[in-house]
Ligand binder design. Structure first.
Ligand code: CP
Length: 311
């Protein structure tokens, strides 16, 4: 099994609405400070390896907290000080870690397709968890975005959601759009300058390049960072122009979006570009809550994969 249908979590594309709702329900059970110690017996004795070949703060630490709260040991592989520098392949690295009884591999990597490739040769009895793959998928971010919205607006079928920003290079947008579409949101808009829109049909949602039209009446606005590390020098948007034409600030949100609109951002935020600093304490901002919910979501994913691994 190489997809996210039970043994690995590589993308959300294999998860239908009941499976997504099951994971979100499970994550809700893990919310709350009491879970710092309540579930320590659940996966005690197992180990998780955290392999981050690209920078991360939220995903890296929330996966580590999730693993520890379920009682697991955590092994952190620093690419720059590991035998990867001596030519060891990622496949060999996973088999080496499995020989140390590591059962879960949490991997962030810049290459599209790396998860599928590794999943085809995973050590027996182990699971691969995608913590961000190139521009194609970030499934736990999609789940935590959906959970955060659902906690505040349980009636997803009544919502218009606008995802605004660098959709062309965003793995978050792909996974979040997949999750929200499968969960049945009323309308999903993908809002960006023409150069940063995804190709038609690449992800669910209606492509909109007119900013005001894209935000109009939205119940939820999800802003995205420009992924400058994935854009060639010549194609990089000018931050000042981008801010003027597609940046969100309190006045624009108040004027265009629904009166009680929620604001999300997967982070890290480039304040003064996609979001003005006057949104730092916006009453409808769920940006910090997204980070907190990430731990519960990742606990739910570990628990789900453990059930499937252990049969
Ligand atoms: N949202 C997200 O993936 O953040 P990090 O890069 O900090 O993990």
């Amino acid at each position: 099994m190489t997809e996210s249908a039970g043994h690995n979590l590589i993308s959300l594309s294999c998860l239908d609405r009941p499976a997504l709702e099951h994971l979100l329900d499970r994550a809700e059970q893990f919310l709350g400070p009491e879970t710092t110690t309540a579930h320590r017996a659940m996966l005690a004795g197992d180990a998780t390896a955290l392999i981050f070949c690209e920078p991360s703060t939220r995903t890296r630490f929330s996966f580590e907290l999730a693993a520890r709260r379920l009682g697991m040991d955590t092994l952190v592989l620093q690419e720059g000080t590991s035998s990867r520098l001596k030519g060891e392949t990622l496949t060999d690295t996973l088999h080496t870690l499995a020989a140390l009884n590591c059962r879960y591999f949490v991997l962030r990597h810049q290459e599209n397709g790396v998860m599928q490739r590794l999943a085809a040769d995973l050590p027996a009895g182990t699971a691969l968890l995608n913590a961000g793959e190139g521009t194609c998928a970030h499934p736990t971010q999609g789940l935590l975005d959906a959970l955060t919205i659902r906690l505040h607006r349980p009636d997803l079928q009544a919502l218009t959601v606008a995802i605004v920003g660098d959709l062309a290079h965003s793995r978050v947008a792909r996974s979040t759009a997949q999750a929200l579409f499968a969960l049945g949101v009323r309308e999903l808009r993908l809002v960006a300058p023409p150069a940063l829109l995804p190709r038609a049909g690449e992800m669910p949602g209606r492509l909109v390049s007119d900013f005001a039209e894209g935000i109009a009446g939205a119940n939820v606005v999800i802003a995205l960072r420009i992924q400058r590390e994935r854009i060639s020098e010549q194609a990089k948007p000018d931050p000042t122009t981008y801010r003027r034409e597609y940046g969100l600030d309190a006045e624009r949100l108040t004027r265009l979006a629904a009166a009680d609109a929620l604001l999300l951002h997967p982070g890290p935020v480039n304040w003064g570009v996609e979001l003005d600093t006057d949104l730092a304490n916006w009453p409808g901002s769920l940006i910090r809550e997204q980070v907190r919910n990430g731990v519960a979501v990742r606990m739910a994913v570990f628990a789900w994969l453990a059930e499937n691994l252990h049969g």
